[in-house]
Ligand binder design. Structure first.
Ligand SMILES: NC(=O)C1=CN([C@@H]2O[C@H](COP(=O)(O)OP(=O)(O)OC[C@H]3O[C@@H](n4cnc5c(N)ncnc54)[C@H](O)[C@@H]3O)[C@@H](O)[C@H]2O)C=CC1
Ligand SMILES: O=C(CO)COP(=O)(O)O
Length: 357
């Protein structure tokens, strides 16, 4: 059978020790890993579907997969969580796709992570701060995390990768999974690949690979994987502008090329360790291409340009995406802040546009 989702692996984990317990110390023979997915948007739900397929089929995992749901009341008056558990579909964010009977939606964050030693973080990056704060002391001390979140935190001290943030807040390792991964395509089991970034522990990376897919290959880099996933969303906004202004395919190709080059410069500005090869992995050029053609950031940016900027991104996002969240707009602001802080705002008109998004 052709796998729908392939992985390659790079490095991207920082190791922390933690005082919290919550079920640690049971790594004896016969121990089965328990996985929780934190997030249930479109990609969150697809991630749950992928992982649930593997937990059911691999003997080293408990079958059941908890998926934390940010509770919402649907137009019908019913709770989203109840609807997911009744229909086995995320009726709001991924309608029409069965998640797998072993996926249990849970609106209680503490309960959703209870006993889990493998945590998959997949929420829009603007919410990770509150989520991590409420998880402090609640996760197992031996838990391993992986972040599928494309975005970064900008703090007074400077930019912080989401994986680093999770790692620091919860005192656990956090790997990353990034790639050309439009959720809707993977939901329909169309072929796709991704890059897993990890730190020193290749065994852990292999467990993540096992959990998300079957065949794969491996390379190494840390921050590059995650920053690629983060920054391509800004390039996608620019690609949407090009489409909205009818500037044509040649201009869009130029935007993609400039964008990739600037992504590389920005990555190296923050982390000199980032490798050129990373930009040729799924998390790099492939993700830029898929997002600039098929992503939500592109789509909303196109509408923004078509409307001559008269309707705000917030308004268009709410109308066009029905609760789904853009990452490119906050990321453009965050990149602007980093550049401003470092005195690198040289192309003023472009930079002012990013600030004003
Ligand atoms: N959708 C896609 O095709 C892909 C998304 N990603 C990344 O995955 C991450 C998660 O995105 P999606 O799953 O697409 O989400 P989404 O944009 O489809 O849905 C938004 C999610 O945010 C939740 N939410 C709303 N308000 C909240 C709050 N105050 N606190 C916590 N959660 C709240 C909603 O319930 C919903 O689950 C993002 O960083 C995105 O860039 C990565 C690859 C593909
Ligand atoms: O990250 C994505 C594809 O890899 C999804 O991009 P959008 O958020 O722009 O839809």
């Amino acid at each position: 059978m052709t796998p729908a989702f392939e992985l390659e692996v790079e490095t991207a984990t920082t190791h922390h020790t933690n005082s919290a317990n919550n079920g640690a110390n049971d790594n004896q023979i016969g121990f089965k890993s328990r996985v929780s997915v934190i997030g249930s948007g479109s990609w969150g739900s697809v991630a749950a579907k992928l992982v649930a397929f593997n937990t059911l089929n691999l003997s080293s995992f408990h079958d059941e997969l908890k998926m934390w749901v940010f509770e919402e009341t649907l137009q019908s008056g019913k709770k989203l969580t109840d609807a997911i558990n009744r229909t086995n579909e995320n009726v709001k964010y991924l309608p029409g796709i069965k998640l797998g009977k072993n996926v249990i939606a849970d609106p209680d964050l503490d309960n959703a992570v209870k006993g889990a030693n493998m945590l998959v973080f997949v929420t829009p990056h603007q919410f990770i701060d509150n989520i991590c704060k409420s998880l402090v002391g609640k996760v197992r001390s031996d838990a391993e995390a992986i972040s599928l979140i494309k975005g970064m935190e900008v703090k007074i001290e400077g930019p912080c990768l989401i994986s680093t943030y999770i790692s620091e807040q919860l005192g656990i390792n956090c790997s990353v999974l990034m790639g050309a991964n439009l959720a809707s395509d993977i939901a329909e089991e169309k072929f796709s690949e991704a890059t897993v970034g990890y730190g020193n522990n290749r065994e852990i990376a292999e467990q993540w690979v096992q959990l998300f897919t079957t065949p794969y290959f491996m390379v190494q880099d840390v921050e590059g994987v995650e920053l690629c996933g983060t920054l391509k969303n800004v390039v996608a906004i620019a690609a949407g502008f090009v489409d909205g202004l009818d500037m044509g395919n040649n201009t869009k190709a130029a935007i993609i090329r400039f964008g990739l080059r600037e992504m590389r410069e920005f990555c190296k500005l923050l982390f000199s360790s980032v490798k050129d090869d990373t930009f040729f992995e799924s998390c790099g050029v492939a993700d830029v291409i898929t997002t600039c053609f098929g992503g939500r950031n592109r789509k909303v940016a196109e509408a923004f340009a078509k409307n001559g900027g008269k309707r705000s991104f917030d308004e268009l996002e709410a109308e066009m995406l029905q609760g789904q969240k853009l990452q490119g707009v906050p990321t453009a602001r965050e990149v602007y802040e980093v550049l401003r802080h470092r005195g690198l705002l040289v192309v003023s008109s472009v930079c002012n546009s990013a600030r004003d998004l």
